[in-house]
Design a binder for this molecule. Structure first.
Ligand SMILES: [Fe+2]
Length: 277
């Protein structure tokens, strides 16, 4: 039989544990950025693109819980990687109803400092006002892709970089996005990984997505209780293969709904593309 003293000690110990986990999830982990290096093999990648690097930053959600100084620190981390290309996969603010001067323009000013030899490309997410975000990012020198693609040249060789409108908030149109492309490799930016359901029927080689925040909270022995996806936790984070298409789901650097991260650290990803023989 457990004594009253032992019971009180257990309650006290559990209380300390909850307090520690809460403080860690609220104040420490949301600023503890991990850097993931992911190699991606692409069939028929042109010789001149062998080893090209792409840095991905996602789901910034600039708000009072994701301060401008933290965004600046992440931008510096990305620049320190000296990537050939930088991609941004949506959700630049948490609440798009605020005046642009409160969060959108400041985050766009920070993103204007991103430096990539062959360009910075972006798509919009479900927390982004389409017109205001398009103009704020465009004025920061960022190429926003809404159901369109560009050809990226090295000499006479080229690959395609495409971006779709958001699956939830926008009017994603894959056919329009890829119209005019040929059989050269295609890299696609899509905020919401649920879009893979449609993308896997195309000849897109590699998709970079965000949106899920890795669930934001992942409990030991349980997993991620909340993932905003119709597939549950299936595409919460990491690298997936669907048909001939690779998809990487980045956990993002910001937070939404609740200002906590637990076992779902914020993430910057650096991809290196190599040819698949
Ligand atoms: Fe998000």
């Amino acid at each position: 039989m457990i004594s009253r003293r032992m019971f009180m000690r257990s309650v006290f110990g559990a209380g300390i544990g909850v307090l520690f986990a809460g403080s860690y999830g609220r104040f420490f982990e949301p600023r503890w950025v991990e850097l993931n290096h992911i190699p991606i093999k692409i069939k028929d990648l042109p010789h001149r693109f062998e080893g090209i690097t792409i840095a991905q930053l996602s789901d910034i959600h600039h708000c009072k819980y994701v301060p401008r100084e933290f965004v600046r620190r992440c931008v510096r981390k990305v620049n320190a990687l000296s990537p050939d290309i930088i991609v941004l996969t949506g959700d630049y603010v948490y609440d798009p109803s605020y005046r642009a001067s409160t969060f959108l323009l400041p985050v766009a000013d920070e993103l204007a400092e991103l430096k990539a030899k062959e360009g910075v490309f972006a798509v919009l997410g479900n927390h982004d006002n389409k017109d205001r975000t398009f103009s704020a990012l465009s004025e920061s020198g960022i190429h926003v892709l809404i159901d369109e693609h560009v050809a990226l040249y090295r000499g006479k060789e080229y690959i395609f970089i495409a971006g779709v409108d958001d699956l939830w908030r926008g009017k994603m149109n894959l056919e329009r996005t890829l119209k005019g492309t040929d059989d050269k490799p295609k890299i696609l930016l899509a905020h919401n990984p649920d879009a893979i359901e449609m993308i896997k029927a195309t000849d897109v080689d590699f998709v970079m997505a965000g949106h899920t925040h890795g669930g934001q909270v992942s409990l030991p022995l349980y997993g991620t209780p909340v993932v905003y996806s119709k597939f549950g936790a299936r595409y919460a984070a990491g690298l997936f293969r669907e048909g001939k298409t690779w998809m990487y789901v980045n956990k993002g650097i910001g937070i939404s709904s609740f200002p906590v991260r637990f076992c779902a650290r914020p993430e910057i990803t650096l991809f290196t593309l190599t040819v698949k023989l």
